[in-house]
Write a protein that binds this ligand. Sequence first.
Ligand code: NAP
Ligand code: F7E
Length: 339
Amino acid sequence: MKVGLITGITGQDGSYLSELLLKKGYEVWGICRRSSSSNTMRINHIIDKLNLRYGDLSDSICINNILTEITDKYGDDLIVLEVYNLGAMSHVKVSFDIPEYCSDIDGTGVLRLLECIKNNKYKDKIRFYQASTSELYGLAQNIPQTENTPFYPRSPYACAKLYGYWITINYRECFNIYACNGILFNHESPRRGDTFVTKKITSGVCNIKKGKQDYITMGNIYSKRDWGHAKDFVYGMWLMLQQDKPVDYVLSTGKHYSIKEFIEMSFEYVNINIKWKGEGLDEIGYDEDTGKTLIVIDSKYFRPTEVDTLLGDSTKAMLELGWKYKYDIKGIIKEMIDT
Ligand code: NAP
Ligand code: F7E
């Protein structure tokens, strides 16, 4: 039996990865947080096929209990247990507000999982994927960024993920665990959390088109991101765990756009012509045909330190894993607005 264990199964990537593993015939397990309101919206359509356990990356005991429950169930019949660590406090701006919590979950949480794997009797049958991030490049030292580009994190989130990245490599080298990092650039979908910029824009554009919202309030619209689709990226995660040796890979599209360009493409898709006037906090986007304001800027969405530009080079993943992506930026926007 091939088994997958996903932390962060209720998140954007966790939901797409669950679908992929089920399609491939895996038994899928997931760690969910207890929440006072429902947090399983993204997996409700497949929930009967999943083995969910309550847990949290702050709690070594529960992580160990779940891991041993799985390995005890199969014992020597276990072929492989693929552990995908997708659980995280994943919002960069929020990490400035709750830095200690973010470090505990996104940094030390990785160590907790690796320790449980190291101590498991079936350690040699366990493979570990760490959700590393292009945020590690931060104040980017080279353009485009590859697996060899030096890191320069710019937020508590990125600093915590830097620890996660290195502890994954350290456990690979010390304890011979099949453990690797996917350094993933931004990836989006209709399942993206509401407060990330692409979802905020596409939802806002839909609402404006339907007359349910007047305008969208944005932060820094001049940063640039290399945006792909989560479905393409979870396939790359799976590929990384199917190799002879654990190796770290960048996944990206190799194209980047500013937030302002993303806004323009989104309005264009619903046939609204946006024009701009003013500068800085006074800049606004307006409807050329009606004169109505569509975009305003508010400094409350600015970050204390910004990551101005990210652009990835995933040549290594393309050549060694045979990974490619299917969605371009317009396809992503179309799906996010239509769904
Ligand atoms: P997401 O939608 O925010 O999902 C995060 C998941 O982590 C959710 O299931 C969340 O549970 C869970 N989680 C949060 N705190 C936890 C804790 N203390 N213990 C256990 N689980 C916890 O994130 P995503 O976009 O799917 O990203 C998946 C992973 O890839 C994250 O590690 C993220 O940092 C990383 N990453 C994302 C991107 C991207 O562009 N999407 C790029 C690079 C790396 P609830 O549902 O209960 O909140
Ligand atoms: O911001 C700017 C903001 O929050 C993108 C996470 O998945 O990808 C994600 O991190 C840009 C930033 O994503 C608003 O200042 C302007 O420059 O959508 P975001 P992120 O910070 O790039 C990486 C790879 C991860 O690893 C993370 O987990 O958009 N921006 N105005 C805004 N951003 C937000 N959220 N809201 C605004 O109103």
